[in-house]
Design a protein around this ligand. Structure first.
Ligand SMILES: [Zn+2]
Ligand SMILES: [Zn+2]
Length: 265
């Protein structure tokens, strides 16, 4: 049965309001999830200006309320983390083991900020009587959301929902960039430009593989010349060489960090 709840709706032109939306039952391969916590990153700010109304939010965690008729691996009451890198399982990239860059479903790879087959059925969520898209196929800044079950990961260890929610984007993006994408080795030095949700988790990932050891330094903006810069040195040799780091990770919205990151290597 459709019911009413609250959601943050971007107007497409730089602003948002809290609106009442109508949420229906899940389709065969979908789940209805009560969102218990949601995080924010700069993409949410970007989503204010995507030129169309959209339910905001792309990281979060919650409890499944209802599953579709063909869903076998999830059930009502399961605690889950949302995953916007939703795999289709059949495209070239999914087949060769890269489900995170699915060519069919990823809102980044396949559709920019657009609607892809990874989105739950549009008609399941109405605003002002019309179907409305959910950011990154999720729309976690809402009390309830309909998603494909391929966009859910079960929480297997007891964990507070606010902590679980940031795994959904900031942790997987930051940790994955240093551990999987850059494949930084122990003993390397890493410069992280931008210390928000993603950047902090680049540092977490670097620490886990013993890049930073005990030589992490947080510079205030006056010294680093950047309000959000964090530099993690592995060894004093990095300082003797000036920048001279093995890897640099840009984690933030500002495009000039690409160039500054490149100059650090
Ligand atoms: Zn795929
Ligand atoms: Zn994000």
């Amino acid at each position: 049965m459709p019911f009413l709840c609250k959601a943050a709706v971007a107007d497409g032109h730089g602003s948002f309001t809290i609106e009442t939306i109508e949420v229906g039952s899940p389709a065969a391969d979908e789940a209805l999830v009560q969102v218990k916590a949601a995080g924010l990153c700069h993409t949410d700010y970007d989503s204010l200006s995507w030129g169309k109304p959209i339910i905001m939010g792309h990281e979060g965690a919650g409890i499944i309320q209802q599953v579709g008729s063909q869903v076998k691996h999830f059930a009502e009451g399961d605690e889950v983390i949302f995953n916007w890198a939703t795999p289709c399982g059949t495209c070239f990239q999914c087949q060769i083991g890269n489900p995170h860059i699915c060519e069919q479903n990823s809102p980044v790879v396949a559709g920019g900020n657009g609607y892809t087959p990874g989105h739950a059925h549009l008609e399941g969520t109405l605003w002002q009587g019309k179907p409305i898209e959910r950011s990154f196929n999720l729309g976690t800044l809402s009390e309830y959301t309909l998603v494909k079950t391929s966009a859910l990961v079960e929480i297997r260890e007891p964990m507070p929902f606010p902590a679980a929610s940031i795994i959904s984007c900031g942790v997987m993006t930051g940790y994955g960039s240093v551990v999987n994408a850059a494949q930084v080795k122990a003993g390397s030095s890493v410069v992280v430009l931008g210390a928000g949700g993603v950047g902090l988790n680049v540092i977490q990932g670097a620490r886990n593989i013993r890049c930073c050891q005990n030589h992490c330094h947080r510079y205030p903006c006056r010294q680093a010349g950047d309000g959000q810069a964090v530099w993690c040195y592995a060894y004093p040799i990095s300082r003797q060489r000036g920048p001279g780091t093995d890897e640099s990770c840009r984690a933030g919205k500002r495009n000039d960090r690409w160039e500054r990151g490149r100059l650090c290597v």
